[in-house]
Design a protein around this ligand. Structure first.
Ligand code: NAG
Ligand code: NAG
Ligand code: ZN
Length: 472
């Protein structure tokens, strides 16, 4: 599917955009700008002074902020919160908005069967594997406007920065907007990138996946204009090596960069997440009539397992191992009734896959022994996903470092403890991530905030990194 706008509307957009950028960059000429020097080195062309009034390297920060603000208005909850759930009306409008901006940046736009959106700037050696960047724009209920969005709109702006500089990519550059990074609607995180990475398990699961309104994934996708053909979800799979590199720009979602006053985080690894669903079934009964020795309390089994999760995580001996019981439901949930059923959802992560898997084994052993001890039935112990961690590619780390240095920006190497689409892109492409500071590390809440100066720094680092990788 490609971008379709009436030509007249397109023209108006274009003129408005051109005027804005001329306004924003007029008078800009700084031959000592390290970015310009770098561009000259990378592109092999001198930076053309006759174009320097309209073709600046500077990020059009004002326009980028405007786009971030506009995108935030496509929300199902009032500002400052943002709620944008997969394949809802607001999600579809937001997708159209992104496709328009890609079109205005001169990218050729296409979409796959689940709505991953690709915008390509063709390089002068178009047969080489492209270099890609991107992130997501879906937003969990009552969250903020920067998570993911900075890595989509920022990447498109990085393309604009490179174009204005006169840079010519050798490998094509591609911007990707991933479908459903957040698990809100179908309980599957990184749905688009996971499928691109060729997950057979996900492909199978999507045939039967429904949301909490019993709307199937396929029907929801069709209502948004995707998955039109029978069985075409497999076409989303990418071959290993489809991209020469993938780089994602993202807010840190943690406090370190802001606290330490550092401009750029260079991610060396993404922690490996796993999630487990557990159900215990017990005898239930009247809270007064059933005496303590005769109980099979499914609620206490759940409570005991939650403490066991914490214990096994601590016993791993590593600060990088974490485990959380974020959901613990009891049935029938009445003060005078012994819980007859309990349901837990456990999230555990580590940068070391083996260590995390050992923790999962121990949690399983505990679930079995707790059930036995308490005379309840372990009705379900379902490992929903158990993903490997991802390491950033060394040459991409080097490219991000040298870009930061060229721009005279402070940087630090760090681990991403949240996961991102990059975790899955790492299965088909060398990968790297750039973090920027965000206010107090807040994320997934309306107070999420990043200074436009920090975003612009991230965009510049991304632009230079993409430029370097494109010429490799
Ligand atoms: C969900 O929809 C399917 C197919 O339309 C139907 O067979 C099933 O009974 C529904 N389940 C519930 C809980 O409504
Ligand atoms: C780089 O940054 C440092 C510290 O902010 C500053 O002192 C120095 O002048 C900058 N150098 C250049 C070339 O911009
Ligand atoms: Zn995100």
């Amino acid at each position: 599917m490609s971008l379709k706008l009436p030509p007249s509307l397109m023209l108006i957009f274009y003129v408005v955009l051109s005027l804005c950028s001329i306004y924003a960059v007029s008078g800009y000429k700084d031959v000592d700008d390290p970015a310009i020097r770098t561009m000259e080195e990378f592109s092999g062309y001198p930076f053309d002074e006759t174009h320097s009034n309209t073709q600046s390297l500077s990020v059009d920060a004002e326009n980028l902020q405007k786009q971030i603000d506009e995108l935030a208005t496509f929300s199902d909850t009032p500002a400052p919160s943002v709620t944008r759930v997969l394949y809802t009306e607001k999600d579809v409008i937001a997708r159209r908005y992104i496709k328009n901006i890609m079109g205005l940046a001169g990218l050729s736009v296409r979409e796959d069967a689940v709505g991953n959106i690709f915008g390509r700037w063709e390089g002068y050696e178009p047969d080489l594997a492209p270099v890609a960047s991107g992130s997501h724009i879906d937003a969990i209920p009552y969250s903020g406007k920067y998570d993911g969005v900075v890595g989509v709109l920022g990447a498109i702006e990085a393309i604009n920065v490179l174009r204005r500089s006169g840079f010519k990519p050798k490998r094509s550059l591609e911007i990707i907007m991933f479908t459903s990074e957040e698990p809100t609607r179908f309980g599957i995180s990184c749905l688009g990138s996971r499928l691109m990475a060729g997950s057979e398990m996900l492909l199978k699961a999507l045939e039967t996946t429904v949301d909490n309104q019993n709307i199937s994934f396929i029907d929801a996708a069709r209502s948004a204009g995707y998955a039109q053909e029978e069985n075409d979800l497999r076409s989303v799979f990418l071959k290993k090596g489809s991209y020469a590199a993938f780089v994602e720009l993202h807010i840190e979602q943690g406090p370190l960069l802001e606290e330490e006053g550092i401009s750029v985080g260079i991610v060396t690894a993404i922690a490996a997440p796993a999630s487990i669903k557990v159900d215990f079934k017990g005898g239930g009964g009247h809270a007064g009539a059933v005496l303590m020795p005769h109980r099979n309390d499914a609620g206490l089994a759940a409570a005991e397992l939650a403490l066991a999760v914490e214990k096994h995580v601590f016993d791993s001996g590593s600060i990088d191992t974490v485990g959380t019981v974020g959901i613990l439901d009891l049935h029938p949930r009445a003060i005078n009734s012994i819980p007859s059923k309990s349901h837990l959802e456990i999230d555990t992560r580590d940068i070391d896959e083996e260590r995390r898997n050992k923790v999962i084994e121990k949690i399983h052993e505990s679930a079995v022994s707790i059930a036995k001890k308490r005379g309840v039935r372990l009705a379900e112990f379902n490992i929903i996903n158990q993903d490997p961690p991802a390491l950033s590619d060394v040459s991409i780390i080097e490219a991000m470092k040298s870009a930061s240095k060229e721009l005279n920006l402070t940087h630090k190497l760090m681990i991403s403890r949240a996961y991102h689409d990059s975790l899955f892109m790492a299965r088909v492409s060398p990968m790297g991530m750039i973090f920027i500071p965000c206010f107090k590390g807040y994320s997934h809440r309306p107070e999420e905030f990043s200074l436009i100066e920090d975003i612009s720094n991230g965009v510049k680092v991304l632009a230079l990194t993409l430029a370097q990788l494109s010429l490799k």
